[in-house]
Design a protein around this ligand. Structure first.
Ligand code: SF4
Length: 379
C-alpha cells in the first residue's frame, strides 16, 4: 500500500507578462484559459482522490507558478475550496503561495488569509528599478515594499525572492536591495543568481551580445554579500540559497531537501510518490487538451532505484547548511556512505569542501561556493 506523501504542490501557470529570463511552465495574457485550467485541475485532483480513496491529511501545501495571485479574488476563493475539498492541512501545517507584487490588492490577501494561507513568497527580485526593468518585471521597488508591508500585516509570514548576477547590477545596487529587504517585516529570504536558460529571450540576447553575463567573480562576491548582510541581520543561512529568521524555515522545501516524497498537480508539476518520480507536460496547452479529454498528461516518469535515491539524498542533504545525519542516512538507505560514494566523499574531505562534524556531513565555506559541482560528484 502506498504511504501517501504529506506535502502537496499545485501549479498555477498564469502570469501578467512573460519575463525574458523565465523558463517556468506558464502562459501570459491567456487568462481565457483559466476556467479550463480549473476544470482540468479538478479532474486531476479527483483522479488522485479515487486512487487515495480519501481526503488526505497533509503538513504542507505549496501553490506555485506562474503567478498564483494573478487569479482574481473569486478565482482564488475557488482554488482554496478546491484544495480544501481534497486535502486536510493538519494543525500547525504550512500553507504557502507564491505571488508577485503587481495587482496584489488587500482583498486578495484577505481571501488568502481566510483560506488558511500562512506564508506568502513574494517575487520581488530587486529594490532597484533599473534592475527590475532589465529583468522585465512589471512592478517597481517602492510599490513592492508597500505590498510587503501590507502582506505582512495580514499574513503571518512573508518571504522574498531576490536576484543577483543581473547584467548591470553593481555591488552597491545589490547591497541596497539587501538592506531594504532586511528593513521590511519579512521572515524568510531566498537569493538566486540569474540563470540563462536555453530557449529564453535572455539566452538569445546573450548569444547575440546584447546582454552580457556577469563575471563569475562578481556573482560569487554578490552571493557572499547576501550571506553577510542577511546573517548580520539575524537570518539563519539554512540552505545554500535560503535564509530564515529562527523558526521560519520553509517546511515544504525541506521536504525536497530531505529527499522525502511529495504530491504535485497542474502543468509542469513534478512529483515523487511511491519511489516514482514523474513530471506533467510542461506545455500548458497540451496539459489542458489532455485533461479536457480525461487523460493524464505525463512527460517523464522513472522509478528511482534505491542507489539513485540514496545518491540524490546526499546531493540534496548537502544543500542544507547543517548537512545531514550520516547514521540516519545509513540506516534509511541500508548502505554506508563509504560503500556508496567513498571516492566523492574522500575527495570532498581532502579538498576541504566537505566536513564531518557531530555526525553530520556538510559543505564547508569553501564547498558552499562550489555547491553544485561538489554535490554533483555524488550522483
Ligand atoms: S512573473 Fe515570475 S513566473 Fe511569471 S514570467 Fe515573470 S519570472 Fe516567470
Amino acid at each position: 500500500m502506498i504511504q501517501w506523501p504529506r506535502a502537496v504542490y499545485l501549479h498555477v501557470p498564469f502570469c501578467l507578462h512573460h519575463c525574458g529570463y523565465c523558463d517556468f511552465t506558464l502562459v501570459a495574457r491567456r487568462d481565457h484559459l483559466i476556467p479550463q485550467w480549473f476544470d482540468c485541475l479538478q479532474r486531476e485532483l479527483e483522479q488522485h482522490r479515487r486512487e487515495s480513496g480519501a481526503r488526505l491529511p497533509v503538513d504542507s501545501i505549496f501553490i506555485g507558478g506562474g503567478t498564483p495571485t494573478h487569479l482574481s479574488v473569486l478565482q482564488l476563493q475557488q482554488l482554496a475550496e478546491l484544495i480544501a475539498g481534497h486535502f486536510e492541512l493538519q494543525p500547525g501545517g504550512e500553507y504557502s503561495m507564491e505571488a508577485n507584487p503587481d495587482g496584489l490588492e488587500a482583498e486578495k490577501l484577505r481571501v488568502l488569509h481566510e483560506a488558511g494561507v500562512n506564508r506568502l513568497s513574494l517575487g520581488v527580485q530587486s529594490f532597484d528599478d533599473d534592475v527590475l526593468q532589465l529583468l522585465e518585471r512589471t512592478h517597481r521597488a517602492d510599490a513592492a515594499a508597500e505590498v510587503v508591508c501590507e502582506a505582512a500585516s495580514i499574513l503571518p509570514a512573508v518571504s522574498l525572492d531576490l536576484m543577483f548576477g543581473v547584467p548591470g547590477q553593481s555591488e552597491a545596487s545589490w547591497q541596497r536591495t539587501l538592506e531594504r529587504a532586511v528593513s521590511l517585516p519579512v521572515v524568510h529570504v531566498s537569493t538566486y543568481g540569474l540563470t540563462w536558460e536555453q530557449g529564453t529571450p535572455f539566452f538569445r540576447r546573450q548569444r547575440s551580445g546584447e546582454l552580457q553575463r556577469v563575471e563569475e567573480e562578481l556573482e560569487r562576491s554578490q552571493y557572499l554579500q547576501a550571506i553577510q548582510q542577511l546573517t548580520g541581520a539575524g537570518f539563519e543561512h539554512y540552505e545554500v540559497s535560503n535564509f530564515a529568521r529562527p523558526g521560519w524555515q520553509c517546511r515544504h522545501n525541506l521536504v525536497y531537501w530531505r529527499a522525502e516524497e511529495y504530491l504535485a498537480f497542474g502543468p509542469g508539476a513534478a512529483r515523487y510518490v511511491g519511489g516514482v518520480r514523474s513530471t506533467s507536460c510542461r506545455s500548458v496547452v497540451k496539459w489542458l487538451r489532455s485533461w479536457s479529454e480525461g487523460r493524464a498528461c505525463v512527460e517523464e516518469e522513472e522509478r528511482c532505484e534505491p542507489e539513485q535515491r540514496a545518491r540524490e539524498a546526499i546531493m540534496l542533504g548537502l544543500r542544507l547548511r547543517r548537512g545531514f545525519d550520516v547514521a540516519e542516512f545509513e540506516s534509511r538507505f541500508g548502505v554506508t556512505l563509504q560503500q556508496l560514494a567513498g571516492a566523492a566523499l574522500d575527495q570532498g574531505l581532502r579538498r576541504g569542501q566537505l566536513e564531518l562534524a557531530d555526525g553530520q556531513l556538510r559543505l564547508t565555506e569553501t564547498g558552499l561556493l562550489l555547491a553544485d559541482s561538489v554535490t554533483a560528484e555524488f550522483l
